[in-house]
Design a binder for this molecule. Sequence first.
Ligand SMILES: [Zn+2]
Length: 185
Amino acid sequence: MQLRAQEHILSLVAHDAAMLHVAPPRVRFVNTSGGPCYDALFNRIEIDRATLALPEALLHIVVAHEVGHATQRKAMLLDFARTGLCIAALLAIPCFMFATSPDEDLWRVSVPGFGFVLAFIACSKIWRAYGVKRAAAFELDADAKAASICGPESALAALEATAMRGHIDAARLEAMRSRLMSSAQ
Ligand SMILES: [Zn+2]
């Protein structure tokens, strides 16, 4: 039963990947219950036990949504790289100040150290806000791709069913409703 359900998911992933013109991501079945997710680093979808047991219609949408994330892989990896570069640049500033400042403890240690802490706090706030915004945009885009495969009506029904269990962003529901409205016109 379990094996057949897993094979079924693999075939859904292959089908959706072909529809979205992307190489099919790998699938990993996990025993946790954190919900399905996509890992850009390994190009891998994780399917938990609860997802495996979802009703067929809902399962289709969930898989299509996760494959939708696979189409964003390049953008996600670029985000990782950009974050890494920013951290490296941030670390370089106090090092540079340390190397070029007058030969006194105040200038060599305290000022660069203090500047670094201030810059780090400011940057981490900006990054966090940016990350939240990017993540929301990726979710909306993956929803749009799921809707393009399964139709906005069943995609909306799936989002509403998931929202009943309390983990869907209101913006995603709203976007799917307006997508359904505009496709109905
Ligand atoms: Zn998602």
